[in-house]
Design a protein around this ligand. Structure first.
Ligand SMILES: [Zn+2]
Length: 258
């Protein structure tokens, strides 16, 4: 694909009654017709048939799974997902799909924005347990979950399309590749490195010092009460981020975001 997508969602959803069903047909159809795998570049993606609860799409080449969430408004801080217990057990077994976030305009049926959160950014802190459904509900007692997408570091939110402008595919694939170091880490290891990465992003400068990150010592202690050696842990995570090509060590105690 040379550059841009065709942003119009052309799928015919006239026979579906509800707005959300129609949106599902439009957005899924668009992804299948236009989207490449942000992990390896393969196109097209393939859909899981018959609402298999595993995911919505997969890549036939690298076998990455994707779940699609779409909105015609704006994505808030959290996104409603499926059963809480299922999500937690899938986190433990490392079988959560990567999450595609698609924003569209309903009137002209155009895709506006598309980003993806690779599955390696999913940790237990991102999952919020919802209240059980009321006794009067059809599935009384059922417990769902929310995904707290505002807790994902910017490095984990890979933009493919913004305001109908596509990012070059090689840039997307590069950005994805830079996050691959998180794969193979267990949930605790991932939790630490993502928390430190969030602190670094919070500093908001491309160059910063070790002292700047140490200012988050109390915050990180609260997140990890089991660990009494937060400063060494911070240094260790900065090394992980350096080895991953996310940061560069400059002079002693100085760092730069790449
Ligand atoms: Zn792939």
């Amino acid at each position: 694909m040379a550059g841009d997508f065709d942003y119009e969602m052309r799928e015919d959803a006239a026979s579906f009654s509800s707005g959300s069903q129609k949106a599902r047909v439009w957005t899924e159809g668009w992804v299948l017709r236009q989207m490449y795998c942000p992990s390896c570049g393969e196109q097209p993606l393939t859909d899981y048939t018959n609402n298999k609860p595993v995911a919505d799409f997969y890549c036939g080449l690298c076998e990455e799974d994707f779940e699609l969430k779409s909105t015609k408004g704006k994505f808030g801080k959290k996104i409603t997902d499926g059963a809480y217990a299922t999500m937690m057990s899938r986190l433990q077994s490392d079988s959560v799909p990567s999450l595609m976030l698609l924003r569209y305009t309903a009137g002209d049926k155009m895709v506006q924005d598309l980003s993806v959160i690779p599955k390696q950014f999913f940790v237990t802190d991102l999952i919020e347990r919802r209240k059980p459904l009321a006794k009067t509900a059809r599935r009384a007692g059922w417990v769902g979950c929310n995904i707290l997408i505002d807790k994902v570091p910017r490095a984990g939110r890979i933009t493919l399309v913004e305001n109908r402008i596509a990012r070059p595919k090689d840039v997307v694939l590069d950005k994805w590749a830079k996050t691959a170091f998180l794969r193979g880490k267990n949930l605790t290891q991932k939790g630490w490195v993502l928390d430190v990465l969030n602190c670094v992003e919070h500093i908001g400068q491309s160059e910063f010092t070790l002292g700047d990150v140490y200012k988050f010592e109390n915050y990180l202690s609260e997140l990890h009460p089991e660990n009494n050696h937060v400063k060494p842990k911070i240094r260790q995570q900065l090394q992980v981020l350096r080895d991953a090509g996310v940061l560069e060590f400059m002079a002693r105690g100085k760092y730069r975001v790449i």
